[in-house]
Design a protein around this ligand. Structure first.
Ligand SMILES: [Zn+2]
Length: 134
């Protein structure tokens, strides 16, 4: 009789340990996890869905002339993180009119991935990229 409570406790501990191990395995090793896919590659469509200037359109004449994913022909600075864009890098390129002025912007590949991710992570990855500039 004396041994029963101890035995039961032991069983409980085993079950709890077994459960947490399973959860960890699912988080880190599942090849179909959407997060894993976003780390290795991102959807260019998702990236373009992210409006980097949402809410910043001040005048009714403001408009976007071009907004697409391109292969960079020359280097330059990324508008978000300030890092150098390498030639041949897959980047987002935008041309827009703001306050009557023609502006052009480019975002490096890592920032494009962060933009695509921002659809799912509330802009966390985006903030991380922006912090590189500061
Ligand atoms: Zn960047």
């Amino acid at each position: 009789m004396k041994n029963f409570p101890t035995h039961n406790d032991h069983d409980k501990r085993l079950t709890a340990a077994g459960r947490s191990t399973t959860e960890m395995t699912e988080d880190t090793n599942s090849p179909n996890s959407p997060l894993d896919l976003l780390v290795s590659a991102f959807s260019e469509h998702d990236c373009l869905c992210c409006g980097p200037f949402e809410g910043d359109f001040g005048s009714p004449d403001d408009r976007i002339l071009k907004d697409k994913m391109v292969t960079a022909r020359k280097g330059g600075e990324c508008h978000l993180c300030g890092q150098q864009i390498q030639p041949k890098e897959r980047i987002r390129s935008m041309a827009a009119v703001f306050d009557g002025e023609l502006m052009s912007y480019r975002w490096c590949n890592a920032c494009c991935a962060a933009m695509a991710k921002s659809l799912y992570d509330d802009g966390e990855a985006w903030e991380e990229r922006a912090a590189l500039r500061r």
